[in-house]
Write a protein of this length. Sequence first.
Length: 140
Amino acid sequence: MDLKDPVVVYTAASNLEAHVIVDMLTNNGISAHAVEDQSAVSLWQLGTISQFHKPKVWVDRSRAKDAAELIAEFEDKRNDRRQPATSDETISSQCEECMQASDFPAAQNGTTQDCPHCGAFMDVGDLKWDDADFGVAEDE
Ligand SMILES: [Zn+2]
């Protein structure tokens, strides 16, 4: 490590994630290092405390604020990308004609579809039912 005053800016869930963060910081001109969980010696000395398995990303203290901002930005972008990709998610909407709630693929959010119950046009995604109804079987 060539850092004068290293501080942890990120604790990754996996070695791969730590590497992605280090690459991103390095590309932005911040010297960063990932300390991975491959150090068997420290594991054997310290026991099986789960925190030690999580790779940490280190930068110099003088760049910690910049790094934290870049990481926050990076995570925002990553979350944005994830949301439309979850294709098996559904949203529930209520038909204004027959008042029945129906599930539609999340990709149809904001579109107009035929109601599966009565065939009328209905808007998908206006109402949020998922929290209240989630997990309750229809015939209970
Ligand atoms: Zn209907």
